[in-house]
Design a protein around this ligand. Structure first.
Ligand code: URA
Length: 207
């Protein structure tokens, strides 16, 4: 039997029908994520809040408006980036995601990453940071790019933190400004690898 080819729309359909954890019982709309399959940059937040649960789209509330401003500040449009969350359904009263919920949703996120194959992943907040930098502290590593599994990953503060605690606003704004250069560096490094000089092997060094 031929294998079904995975796609973002297949994943989205499965997320919308998902009953793999208890959050399906209280959600209004699951929120698979939004953006093109050829996005160079993927933002991963925590989980849907009130407005996302109403609309089935990620980052459409106050934190989402700020994320749009941050994207605009570096000349990026939401339509060109992929935005999703570690959990795809809203926890009741916006409580923190629980371990069984994070585990149940992980396969969807991994499939989205594999399909999109973004040049840069940006984690927003501690739950998505934890996936890539287990045990790290956001105050120590925010804004620093690390190569993980052959891909560049940058941990940023969650935009909602900047809304509630103004001291984080400047930090997230500064960290965002680094993203275009990081993408350019990855692209330059990748094109150098695809056209190596005749006589020496190419060393891929980003930092
Ligand atoms: N906060 C998140 O982490 N994700 C959303 O989609 C909205 C708010």
């Amino acid at each position: 039997m031929a294998e079904t080819q995975d796609s973002l729309s297949l994943i989205a359909g499965q997320v919308r029908a998902c009953e793999q954890c208890k959050l399906h019982a209280t959600r209004k709309k699951a929120v698979p994520g939004d953006g093109p399959e050829n996005a160079k940059i993927m933002f991963i937040g925590e989980g849907p809040g009130f407005h996302e649960n109403e609309q089935g789209k990620p980052f459409v509330g106050a934190a989402g408006k700020f994320l749009d401003e941050l994207l605009a500040s570096i000349g990026m449009k939401r339509a060109n980036v992929f935005i999703t969350n570690v959990i795809k359904c809203r926890p009741p009263q916006n409580r923190d995601p629980e371990l069984d919920e994070l585990k149940a949703c992980d396969g969807y996120l991994q499939r989205q990453i594999a399909l999109i194959n973004p040049k840069v992943i940006v984690t927003l907040g501690r739950y998505s940071m934890e996936k890539f930098f287990p045990g790290a502290r956001i105050s120590s590593i925010h804004g620093q790019a690390r190569t993980i599994g052959g891909r560049l990953v940058v941990a940023l503060f969650h935009p909602a933190a900047a809304l509630h605690q103004p001291q984080y606003r400047a930090l997230i704004e500064q960290d965002f400004k680094k993203l275009p250069e990081l993408i350019a560096k990855v692209e330059a490094a990748q094109s150098a690898v695809s056209t190596p000089p005749d006589d020496e092997p190419e060393q891929l060094s980003l930092f």
